[in-house]
Design a protein around this ligand. Structure first.
Ligand code: ZN
Length: 166
């Protein structure tokens, strides 16, 4: 494969440990990774198969560790869920400024213990899509109205809820 930078030489492949800084996580090292280097201009690039699977593995490793989430982990998980800062704020029920503080290393205001748990649950559910019910939670009104819910056994097989205003 020709170097895409200088186009003057074939890339040379080696296998080595690669620090995956593109993840935004400082301590992720991928072992035995193919690195392509241009002998002419020195351009380097890692060949990372199944990046999606790698990201999923990283996300699950982060939520499985017992320490409070730190800012770069919060940012990684938020991006993995596919949310902008504003999306994330809406789902978590906080302001965008609060999200910025959670993701900033020097704000001195890390994510709260409760939000930490909620974020882990969202990631554990494993679907980086916007269909999670927290979308509805964001619409919860300040003053709760009492509601009556009816449940029906649909075709004698599956319980379904039908929410009705009291
Ligand atoms: Zn080159």
């Amino acid at each position: 494969m020709k170097c895409t930078e200088c186009r003057q030489s074939e890339m040379v492949s080696t296998r080595e440990a690669y620090r995956f800084v593109e993840s935004g996580l400082p301590n992720v090292v991928l072992l035995d990774t193919e690195i392509r280097t241009c002998p002419k201009c020195g351009a380097r690039g890692a060949v990372i198969p199944d990046v999606e699977g790698l990201h999923r593995t990283l996300a699950l490793a982060i939520i499985s560790q017992p320490n409070p989430l730190v800012p770069h982990e919060v940012r990684f998980l938020r991006k993995w869920l596919g949310w902008s800062g504003v999306d994330f704020a809406r789902h978590m029920g906080v302001t965008a400024e609060t999200v910025s503080r959670w993701e900033s290393a020097d704000s001195g205001k890390p994510i709260s213990a409760t939000a930490d748990r909620l974020l882990r649950v969202l990631v554990a559910r494993g679907e980086p899509v916007a269909s999670y019910p927290t979308e509805k939670l964001a619409e919860i009104e300040e003053t709760p109205k009492s509601k009556r819910a009816r449940y029906e056994l649909h075709r004698g097989k599956r319980w379904e809820a039908e929410s009705v205003a009291a």
